[in-house]
Ligand binder design. Structure first.
Ligand code: CDP
Length: 795
């Protein structure tokens, strides 16, 4: 007998096909709208058509009179139960149903529960709300202007529209660096709003059973345990009487982390009616009212030495959070990690000023496929780096290389205080430059320019923090950030694994089993993975911020090791030797002096139930809670080449080369899928996706005709490469990967277009880099701002 072949059993490194796809591609997934409970009622939401208005009155009489209507809930009825407002994850409050004012277009005003969704919808239309319009505020400049109307007049002590003013870094050291600089490079940018827009919208089915006092809620949630704690606190229900079940989820991308008013009202309706109440959000509801991302203005400056060394960085950011500050972020990082920027560069001093403001827009600032504000941070960083290289007249690749943290400089303290621990940044850049044929392309670009053709090359390199926590530094509403795994190995050697994470398409059912296979030698196909049911899964913080592999994945390895430790004792008993004489190889314990004499992990499992040593507890199961010592820091290098048509401003991607270092890859195929998906979203952000607001606060981008999702038709091909620098503190050396490409990708595309325009005087075109913006920039030689319009006196 010998060790099992890890790849054959679907262990680490195997490009195992996703087991969950068996049900997904057959249309047999169990999404929230597939769940039908006996006697279930349906809820619809009446939303505000106006961005800012006082509510004079609400007349629900016609709705109540319609046959099939069971309940109509307004802000007033919610207020009577102290539920008109709810706390947000960032210690603000958010209206559940509006009482005094509406503060954004699409805000929830009335909910109707009826026998079917069509009756509920018709009843919503029969409701008359008398609004007194107020001046809408659609961007931070208006919001901060003197005499601007106060958006959050519901809050005591809120005298203006500022949510936070925060600064971090070494101001005087940075000032000195700028005083000593040979060149100061400046840039102003706007990262527009975007929306995670998962294909499945949000929804809930609340089912309160009076006879058992148990509340079961089926919920589109990326973090079911956190929601259970929040429901317990807000609704003042005992936590053990609440069961949250997140069934299959059709994409989350951060959109399914917050608590939404629809969830809360459906729960109250079920308690009042003692019937299951289902709420399924429609597409427009999802796009206009749930968590938006980005919407940040940046002024950045780099202090540069002539030889290319960055001496200091200043960033000044203003984020538009909409009417309620609902951004889910660890309380100790009040601006949501914008100061993770420049972590891959060795910069002596840095200073950041961050401001967040209220506007009359849907609550925004949620992390869309990123850890809090990391996407914006990395985009700004890489746009600033390219502008600086241009200002110095240096090659953009060389400029990066000069400033990279070197391989032997780890652990490295970033200019704003994070600790990075590993990476081979120069090597990743080299692999990328080699793959794209950098020098050849620069030659082609020169030749093409002679014939009036505009070619450009854009680079984006970054390391980003993935895997909150550790518990010392990160918490949500005071709950420390860690994660968990529970493993039960049955008598037959098959196993059931549960974690506190929740997959929304990332393939956890496949990859977690691979980690167990790697640690125990049990074939991955013999392991079932379950997540998302708070009555069965161990407590965990859920899946967002690419934290699953860094935290829950580590817990899976640790619980497997606990199981192996017990199995070793059983093996010693079966082999009739002392534990010290037992050796391990994958799937098998053996006698050190007689390698042929051994027992398999499956034989140990059988003995755990049938032939355990005297005094040992029967069974082979355990739980691990994992509190990581640090974040993981994957590195990425994305290089795009483009051609811009000077006649139309249309730009085509010629090639996109990606080099990702996410440490040890559990499932290379899934990793590649994650990178392709992220690059597709990055391309969409750079090229086509546009949610903006007109001067009245109407959301432009409230459906998929206006807000474009990339399809295979528009999306270019991507060429993927890898470098592996194992994470030194993760039990299997893995770093997160899920969001890297969406975070680092946009700057590669935009940098390439700006590079194609080099020599025209254009330093920036805000995203989306629409052809008309490029055309206008080419005509005027001016930068193009994408900031939303400001209402003028003429209206
Ligand atoms: O938290 P989330 O699942 O969104 O992101 P992640 O932890 O980066 O993982 C995304 C998917 O890639 C999961 O199925 C991981 O197990 C897989 N992965 C991997 O195979 N190897 C890595 N080094 C990182 C992630």
């Amino acid at each position: 007998m010998t060790a099992v072949d890890e790849i054959k059993i679907g262990g680490m490194g195997a490009s195992r096909r996703r087991v969950e796809d068996n049900r997904f591609i057959r249309g047999k997934g169990n999404y929230i709208d597939d769940v039908v409970l006996p006697g279930m009622l349906h809820m619809e939401i009446l939303r505000s058509p106006l961005a800012h208005a006082r509510i004079r009155s609400i007349d629900t009489s016609k709705a109540w009179a319609m046959p099939g209507v069971r309940l109509v809930l307004t802000g007033e009825t919610m207020a009577a139960r102290n539920l008109a407002w709810m706390p947000t994850l960032s210690y603000d409050t958010q209206a559940v149903l509006a009482t005094d004012k509406v503060r954004f277009q699409g805000q929830e005003v009335v909910c109707v529960v009826a026998d079917d969704p069509y009756i509920a919808k018709d009843a919503c239309e029969a409701i008359v709300v008398d609004y007194e319009p107020l001046p809408p505020i659609v961007n931070p400049m208006q919001s901060l202007a003197q005499g601007a109307p106060l958006i959050r007049d519901d809050k005591e002590n809120q005298a203006d529209n500022v949510i936070y003013d925060w600064e971090v870094g070494d101001k005087s050291g940075t000032d000195r660096a700028f005083a000593e600089a040979d060149v100061v490079s400046k840039i102003e940018l706007f990262y527009p709003r975007s929306h995670p827009s998962p294909l499945e919208t949000c929804g809930s089915i609340a089912d309160f059973n009076r006879s058992t006092s148990k509340l079961t809620v089926y919920l589109t949630s990326q973090a079911p345990h956190i929601i259970r704690a929040a429901v317990a606190l807000v609704a003042e229900l005992p936590e053990h009487m609440i069961r949250i079940i997140a069934p299959d989820i059709g994409g989350g991308f951060g959109n399914k982390v917050p608590v939404y008013p629809g969830y809360v009202v459906s729960i109250l309706a079920s308690i009042l009616l003692e019937k299951p109440v289902k709420w399924i959000e429609d597409r427009t509801g999802n796009l206009i009212s749930t968590g938006f991302a980005r919407d940040v203005y940046l002024r950045g400056e780099l202090a540069l030495r002539k030889d290319g060394k960055i001496l200091g960085v200043r960033m000044n950011t203003t984020a538009d959070h909409g009417a309620f500050f609902s951004d889910a972020q660890p309380s100790k990082f009040k601006i949501g990690l914008m100061h993770s920027a420049f972590a891959c560069y060795d910069i002596p001093s840095a200073h950041l000023v961050a401001r967040g403001v209220y506007t009359n827009k849907a609550p925004g600032g949620v992390a869309y496929r990123c850890s809090f504000r990391v996407t914006e941070a990395m985009f700004f960083q890489e746009r600033m780096v390219q502008a600086a290289a241009d200002d110095l007249g240096m090659d953009q690749a060389e400029f990066r290389r000069i400033n990279f943290v070197r391989d032997d400089d780890f652990p490295h303290r970033t200019p704003w205080g994070f600790l990075t621990d590993s990476g081979q940044y120069g090597k990743c850049l080299d692999v990328g430059l080699e793959a794209i044929g950098y020098q050849d392309f620069l030659e082609q670009k020169k030749e093409a320019a002679k014939r009036g053709r505009l070619l450009g090359i854009g680079i984006s390199t970054m390391t980003e923090p993935l895997g909150a926590g550790n518990s010392r530094e990160y918490d949500i509403l005071g709950i420390k950030m860690f994660d968990s795994a529970e493993l039960k190995v049955h008598m037959t050697g098959k196993a059931l694994l549960r974690t506190g994470a929740k997959s929304q398409g990332q393939g956890h059912e496949t990859t977690w089993a691979q980690i167990v296979a790697h640690e125990l030698g049990i074939p991955a196909e013999d392991i079932v993975v379950e997540e998302g049911d708070t009555d069965t899964a161990p407590f965990g913080m859920g899946t967002y911020a690419s934290r699953s592999t860094p935290v829950a994945g580590a817990a899976v390895a640790m619980v497997s090791r606990k199981i192996r430790a017990k199995a070793r004792k059983i093996a010693a008993h079966l082999l009739e030797i002392s534990e010290e004489d037992v050796e391990w190889e994958l799937g098998r314990f053996y006698v050190r002096s007689q390698p042929d004499r051994g027992v398999t992990i499956q034989e140990c499992a059988a003995a755990a139930y049938s032939n355990m040593p005297d005094g040992m507890e029967p069974g082979l199961d355990n739980t691990a809670y994992y509190d990581p010592p640090n974040l993981t820091w994957p590195f990425a290098c994305y290089i795009a080449t483009v051609e811009v048509d000077p006649e139309t401003g249309v730009w085509d991607v010629l090639r996109l080369v990606a080099v990702d270092d996410c440490g040890v890859r559990i499932n290379p195929m899934i990793v590649e899928g994650q990178i392709m998906g992220g690059l597709t979203e990055a391309y969409a952000m750079a090229n086509m996706q546009f949610i903006t607001f007109d001067a009245e606060g109407n959301c432009i981008g409230s459906n998929f005709t206006d807000y474009l999702l990339p399809t295979s038709w528009e999306t270019p091909g991507f060429e993927l490469h890898e470098v592996v620098t194992p994470c030194p503190h993760h039990p299997i050396g893995a770093k997160g990967i899920g969001e890297c490409a969406a975070v680092g990708g946009p700057a590669a595309f935009v940098n390439a277009v700006i590079d194609a325009l080099k020599g025209t005087g254009v330093r920036n075109i805000d995203m989306p880099v629409f052809p008309d913006r490029v055309y206008e920039a080419l005509q005027t030689g001016m930068d193009i701002s994408g900031a939303p319009p400001v209402r003028t006196d003429e209206g």
